[in-house]
Write a protein that binds this ligand. Structure first.
Ligand SMILES: Nc1ncnc2c1ncn2[C@@H]1O[C@H](COP(=O)(O)OP(=O)(O)OP(=O)(O)O)[C@@H](O)[C@H]1O
Length: 466
């Protein structure tokens, strides 16, 4: 996607000349002849940099800048000033402008300033982009994610929700968002007006699990002082979510299978069959195929539940989502903790990307919350991360820290050829990134800060790296 530049200037010709020139370099350029129109363009389009004339009719350049800063602290704004206006340009810098250009500048100078301002803001731009995407995805019942794998999940969720297929099995490691997906299916289905009841099969004892699901009649057992309805009934017209289904004892599995087949059941101690209209979604982080082989999970129940399977990838296999989730959680915690964190320091971003996230999204959420509690400014830093994340990166990156020193030790007379030294560095960096990501090129490219995997592919070819 090309970067967007907005020129706010009331001169009749110049802005169009700038626009033509910048378009040649691949930028998407918008123009506006006054402040109000400019602010509207800013709302409508994806703008990464503003060129703002100091002297504008009605709203002055400084007023426009102040309004932009109220909405966006990081968007680079370069002021365009006439010779006599340098004082105003200085005032603008104090208000948060990134740079200024004295009118009469040539087009090369313009390009240089634009490139420099965009480069400095590239990290914060990434976050801005992620925020945008987060906004776009938000309607998706609070599911976040923009990696290819997550898009597949979104697709499946939408299809499953529409179809009302009997049952769905959601699989994935702990903390990958199985319950979030189950809720999304419910919310997008025709059942959304009905109840959603989650039940964690691993968290309660077998006898309680049974009464929790089926309910009981009065006097069904000593403590049953009055009739109680179970979740199967309470979820009528809606969805029952059975989490950790792999932990369900075998005899309960048989009873559940019967419910799924007959769409009816008996309350404990009851003789009257209760008909139900409930969709059952189940989730597990256990390998059910293996559990079947080991004889601890019934295969008939498995095939009944897994009419449709939604596998959730672990976070380490979709690094493209890591910063997106981080920025999502930062916004949530900004609200709940009353904070105003705006940035993740680049070094911390790298550490987050390099970590293997055994606890997946839940772990990331906890890490962000902890960092926000520890930080006292509007930026999160590596020092706010727990030791296991910093430590694991040190272990993985040990090689990365010293290639220069190693090289110097081998060549005490110092660098001979610039290309040679840079080439060696490139090779080391690429090998390190590939190893750190278990040869996942997309992730390795992200780790090295490339926006396109192609850049990495090119270097791999160039250096003949296996
Ligand atoms: N796609 C997502 N968007 C936003 N938040 C998410 C997403 N996926 C997971 N989370 C958050 O991560 C945490 C863990 O999610 P969830 O409980 O759904 O995982 P799980 O796979 O069901 O975990 P477990 O197997 O331990 O029950 C929750 O706090 C949830 O809000």
């Amino acid at each position: 996607m090309s970067l967007g530049i907005l020129i706010i200037d009331d001169e009749p010709y110049l802005p169009h000349q700038f626009a033509r020139y910048l378009r040649k370099y691949g930028y998407e350029v918008y123009t506006a002849a006054n402040g109000e129109a400019g602010l509207q363009e800013l709302q409508k389009n994806n703008i990464d940099l503003v060129l703002l004339d100091v002297r504008l009719p009605k709203l002055s350049g400084l007023e426009v800048l102040t309004r932009i800063r109220k909405q966006d602290q990081e968007l680079p704004v370069v002021m365009l000033t006439a010779y006599g206006d340098v004082q105003t340009a200085v005032a603008a810098m104090k208000l948060g402008a990134s740079d200024y250009l004295l009118k009469g500048f040539d087009l090369d100078e313009l390009l240089l300033v634009v490139q420099r301002a965009l480069e400095t803001s590239s990290m914060s731009r990434e976050l801005r982009q992620l925020r945008r995407e987060r906004r776009d995805n938000y309607h998706f019942s609070h599911i976040v994610g923009h990696s290819e794998r997550m898009r597949e999940v979104f697709d499946l969720v939408a299809r499953v929700a529409r179809s009302d297929v009997a049952s769905v099995l959601i699989t994935g490691e702990s903390g990958t968002g199985k319950e979030v997906v189950a809720r999304a299916i419910h919310e997008q289905s025709a059942r959304s007006g009905g109840p959603f009841h989650p039940l964690n099969c691993a968290a309660i004892a077998t006898n309680l699990l049974e009464s929790e699901l089926f309910g009981y009649e009065q006097y069904a057992f000593t403590d049953a002082k009055k009739q109680k309805r179970g979740l199967l009934e309470l979820a009528e017209g809606g969805t029952l979510f059975l989490d950790e289904i792999g932990e369900m004892p075998l005899d309960m599995q048989a009873k559940l299978l019967r419910v799924l087949e007959t769409r009816s059941f008996f309350r404990l101690g009851g003789g009257k069959e209760v008909k139900i209209n409930v969709r059952v979604l189940a989730a597990t982080n256990r390998d059910l195929e293996k559990a079947m082989k080991d004889g601890v999970f019934r295969s008939d129940l498995y095939f009944r539940l897994a009419v449709l399977k939604i596998p959730l990838p672990p976070l380490r296999e979709r690094p493209g989502d890591i910063l997106l989730f981080a920025s999502h959680f930062i916004e949530d915690f900004n609200k709940s903790l009353g904070r105003n964190v705006r940035r993740i320091a680049p070094e911390m971003q790298r550490l987050l990307l390099a970590y293997h996230w055994p606890g997946n999204i839940r772990e990331l959420k906890n890490v962000i919350e902890r960092a926000m509690i520890l930080s006292s400014s509007d930026e999160l830093l590596p020092s706010h991360l727990p030791q296991e994340i910093v430590g694991s990166a040190n272990a993985e990156g040990a090689e990365l820290q010293d290639p220069w020193e190693q090289w110097l030790r081998m060549h005490p007379q110092g660098p001979v050829s610039f290309d040679d030294v840079v080439g060696r560095f490139e090779q080391r960096l690429i090998r390190w990134a590939l190893e750190a990501t278990k040869h996942n090129r997309t992730r390795a490219a992200e780790l090295l800060g490339f926006t396109k995997v192609d850049s990495l592919r090119y270097l791999i070819r160039k250096h003949n790296i296996e």
